[in-house]
Design a protein around this ligand. Structure first.
Ligand SMILES: C[S@@+](CC[C@H](N)C(=O)[O-])C[C@H]1O[C@@H](n2cnc3c(N)ncnc32)[C@H](O)[C@@H]1O
Ligand SMILES: Nc1nc2[nH]cc(C(=O)O)c2c(=O)[nH]1
Ligand code: SF4
Ligand SMILES: [Mg+2]
Length: 211
């Protein structure tokens, strides 16, 4: 995939748009904040529990210029844009960031950090994946580290390892994998009470039944 799409990834002036929608940020530090979401197609990481599998193949989504997608965000009342995917770090995100900043829009990124993050961001949420770990610079850029807890036996320990790589000011979150929520929520609550450097992130949009 990287070969066929390399030129598109590297240019970053046109992006395969999976969906865009105005909603409430459901996860992490900015939970509760109204934001316009831009979901970019293309991801080669293959998390088996991914809730956005429709975004994996970039060829299934129409290319849209950064000007056009930013215009859609600007026409909404949103003051903030969340860029997600798919895996946005596959792309040169500079054209998109520049266009958002031209319109004074706050820009937030959701990424696994598996590739070098480009562009200037107001907030970066790093959610590392075992299949393809973040590149070292992604840890340094993260404003929040959001570790998905799927397997209670292994993932708390992994979260502790990951937390050693981020900066001192980076906020730390544990978020249950959605299908395991009922099984995992109590152990996560206990873990965070016993290890208070961590916070809980919920996929609150799923409880609210909004996009
Ligand atoms: C769909 S991903 C897209 C951005 C990027 N590829 C990433 O994984 O960070 C957006 C966020 O949803 C999280 N996520 C995806 N599937 C999930 C699930 N089944 N349960 C909980 N969180 C999930 C990811 O870890 C990430 O923080
Ligand atoms: N409401 C809402 N909040 C979110 N925060 C991160 C999301 C994502 O898929 O990246 C997401 C999403 O899909 N919807
Ligand atoms: S990295 Fe993100 S988009 Fe890609 S498979 Fe994993 S959760 Fe889904
Ligand atoms: Mg989502």
């Amino acid at each position: 995939m990287k070969d066929k799409y390399k030129e598109i990834f590297d240019k970053g002036t046109d992006l395969p748009l999976v969906e865009d929608f105005y909603t409430i940020q459901g996860e992490g530090y900015h939970t509760g904040k109204p934001a316009y979401f831009i979901r970019i197609g293309g991801c080669d990481i293959g998390c088996r529990w991914c809730d956005s599998k429709i975004s994996w193949n970039p060829a299934e989504h129409r290319l849209i210029s950064v000007e056009e997608v930013v215009r859609k965000a600007v026409e909404s009342p949103a003051k903030s844009v969340v860029v997600t995917g798919g895996e946005p770090s596959l792309y040169n995100l500079e054209p998109l960031c520049t266009e958002l900043k031209k319109h004074n829009i706050e820009n937030f990124l959701e990424t696994s950090g598996a590739y070098k993050i480009s562009g200037e961001w107001d907030w970066i949420c790093l959610s590392p994946k075992r299949n393809k770990l973040p590149v070292p610079s992604s840890y340094q850029k993260a404003n929040e580290l959001k570790v998905i807890i799927y397997d209670l036996e292994k993932d708390f320990e992994w979260a502790e390892e990951l937390s050693k790589n981020v900066g001192e000011d980076c906020l730390l979150y544990l978020q249950s994998e959605w299908s395991q929520y009922v099984h995992n929520v109590k152990p996560i609550v206990e873990y965070v009470k016993n290890n208070p450097k961590w916070n809980i992130s919920l996929q609150s949009h799923k409880f609210m039944r909004i996009p």
